[in-house]
Design a protein around this ligand. Structure first.
Ligand code: FHN
Length: 601
């Protein structure tokens, strides 16, 4: 055993002693998260400030790279063992072909640094069960099972630290290789079943890994996945969470350690679930989520693990605007690369990371340490914010540069102390003007950056924004979306996420919703609604003393929406009008309401 492995071994033993000194099924109540809000804020601060991380999916699945027995296999690359229905005995030998001779941890860390990421999350063990680190608990690892014969994580951890990048690891709870877990049936590995009487063995196996990962790499975030197996419970989650935080109090742990994640939407449903941040996957929440820590993990093409045939690369523009969109909503962006079995990051990924890095070189100030936009939406782009010494800096991320050179910041009431282009090192002042609709900023004819140019506004105090209410469109139509509605009641509320983005939790028929709308042209309107319902209830659209009664159609799922015509309704007066939707209590059945439209007749 070389000195490095010896050192890791000793550290692991020390951590093991500490852990054993704290019995896993602790005698004290499972107070899995006793920390105060202040302690949590201090622990989460670097992560919240970071805003941008690099995800790396690397494992034996990079060897077949999306092909098996001469045939292309559909689905994401790291799932090939399941997608091609490969038995463990036929999958294991891939380890003998895994020899990443081109692996350059220093080069990876430099690329990450240049891209502007502040943390890096690499798979330590994906569902396949293969460990990229040296584990004393198994020989199914990079040291014992591959011709490469060395730990893959520690060198990268060391190089990341040299670059000032936080080193973090992904860890799958579901394990398609461990003998305590078995296939649910002969056509799939997912989700695994736990063999009777072997759960404690596997839980201890995982804890050995946690100690080893902390000992060898001192990880800063443990990014769990594969928590959906029914043998793994919320009680297990809380004990794992408490166990890890006792080993490393400053460790940050995602919500997939627990059972509260709401599918790919990734956020934690209400209730007492373990985990420090939500994990939307391949999607960005529709709006910011005040007080909620979340991180959208996304691929550059369509797969997490390397697939030789996946050339469906997102543009650098898309990736940069995703980063801006996510930061404008107060979230983090965890952008994935899938290295080859040889240890190379695909060139298209390198090119995109370099493009992001060039943008971040100029505009990183508008991403790092920022808070969510104070605006509900901006037609021309996004906004991020910083507050210091009682003043506010607004970073206006302009995607669509105004052709007339006038950028309207809607509803902004603060006087602007200073405005300039972030790309302008001399910070030459831009003219601004307070107008009824907000603040106009006079911009040069050409945008500094075709993808996203940042205009900086310095204002005194906290931002004050006049509540922009929806207005009748120039063609007379009225388009009302759920995020602009005013909910009246305790349970009814706006729900975010691509499967929702609606008024939901309408369980109580005495609760209701309304839109305040600026009407310029009263008249007769054809009214339609976008609804989702699993049972049909009646509701009414009410404007003044006029009422339109309708029945919600059955769409079969609270996330499957249909647009239904409700009939005609007269809006008799101009000015600010309330368009309300109320439940008919008799026979009420909850439904989700995404939008309301009124078209002049
Ligand atoms: O099954 C995994 C998948 O392979 C990938 O790791 C993603 C990335 O977070 N997580 C799971 C799917 O939700």
């Amino acid at each position: 055993m070389n000195s490095r492995r010896l050192a890791c071994g000793i550290m692991t033993l020390l951590l093991g002693w500490l852990a054993l000194a704290t019995p896993l099924r602790a005698a004290e109540p499972a107070s899995w998260n006793p920390e105060t809000a202040e302690q949590r804020d201090a622990r989460m601060k670097w992560w919240r400030d970071a805003r941008f991380g690099l995800f790396i999916h690397w494992g034996l699945y990079a060897v077949p790279a999306g092909h098996w027995q001469g045939k292309p296999i559909g689905g994401i690359g790291e799932w090939i063992m399941n997608s091609a229905n490969i038995p463990v005995a036929e999958y294991e030998p891939l380890a003998k072909q895994f020899n990443p001779v081109a692996y350059d941890p220093a080069g990876w860390a430099r690329l990450a640094k240049q891209a502007g990421v502040k943390y890096l999350v690499i798979t330590s063990k994906h569902h396949e069960g293969f460990c990229l680190f040296d584990s004393q608990a198994t020989d199914y690892d990079a040291v014992d099972a591959t011709p490469y014969g060395k730990c893959l994580l520690k060198p990268l951890a060391d190089e990341c630290r040299k670059q000032g990048i936080k080193f973090c690891v992904y860890y799958s709870i579901m394990d398609w290789h461990h003998p305590a877990q078995t296939r649910p049936h002969e056509r799939s590995h997912n989700p695994t079943k736990m063999l009777p009487g072997r759960k404690a063995e596997y839980m201890d196996y995982m804890k050995q890994h946690f100690r080893e990962l902390l000992a060898c790499c001192d990880v800063e975030v443990l990014w769990f996945d594969g928590e959906w197996c029914d043998w793994y419970t919320e009680e297990d989650a809380r004990e794992v969470y408490a166990y890890l935080r006792k080993l490393k109090p400053q460790l940050i742990i995602n919500n997939r350690v627990g059972k509260g994640r709401q599918g790919m939407e990734g956020l934690t449903r209400s209730g007492d679930h373990a985990g420090d941040f939500g994990t939307p996957e391949q999607q960005i929440p529709a709006t910011g989520l005040p007080g909620v820590d979340w991180e959208s993990c996304m691929t550059m093409n369509d797969t997490w693990g390397f697939k030789r045939d996946d050339h469906n690369w997102k543009s650098s523009q898309t990736l940069i605007r995703n980063l801006v969109d996510i930061a404008s909503k107060g979230g983090n962006y965890l952008l994935n690369v899938g290295p080859t079995a040889a240890g190379e990051i695909p060139q298209p990924s390198v090119e995109r990371l370099e493009a992001i890095g060039q943008w971040m070189q100029v505009n990183g100030e508008a991403i790092y340490q920022t808070a969510a936009s104070p605006f509900k939406s901006l037609a021309w782009g996004r906004c991020t914010k910083k507050s210091a010494d009682g003043n506010t800096t607004l970073y206006l991320h302009v995607f669509q540069w105004p052709t007339d050179g006038q950028l309207l910041v809607p509803g902004l009431k603060n006087p602007v102390a200073k405005a300039y282009l972030l790309a302008d090192a001399d910070q030459r002042p831009l003219d601004t003007e307070a107008v009824e609709a907000g603040v106009r900023v006079k911009l040069p004819a050409n945008a500094p950056d075709p993808i996203c140019s940042v205009v900086v506004l310095k204002v005194a105090g906290d931002v004050e924004i006049a509540a922009a209410i929806p207005a009748q469109q120039a063609d007379g139509a009225i388009q009302l979306v759920a995020s602009d509605a005013v909910c009246h009641g305790q349970q009814i509320r706006y729900e975010t996420g691509p499967q929702r983005n609606c008024i939901g939790f309408w369980l109580n028929p005495s609760e209701w919703v309304e839109w305040k709308v600026k009407i310029n042209e009263p008249g007769e309107f054809a009214v339609s609604a976008e609804v989702a319902a699993t049972a049909s209830g009646s509701f009414q659209v009410v404007v003044g003393d006029r009422t339109l009664t309708a029945q919600a159609p059955l769409t079969g799922d609270y996330g499957r929406f249909q647009t239904v015509d409700l009939g005609r309704l007269k809006i008799a007066q101009s000015g600010t009008v309330s368009i309300a939707v109320r439940a008919v209590a008799d026979g009420w059945q909850p439904f989700n309401l995404r939008a309301l439209a009124c078209v002049p007749q």
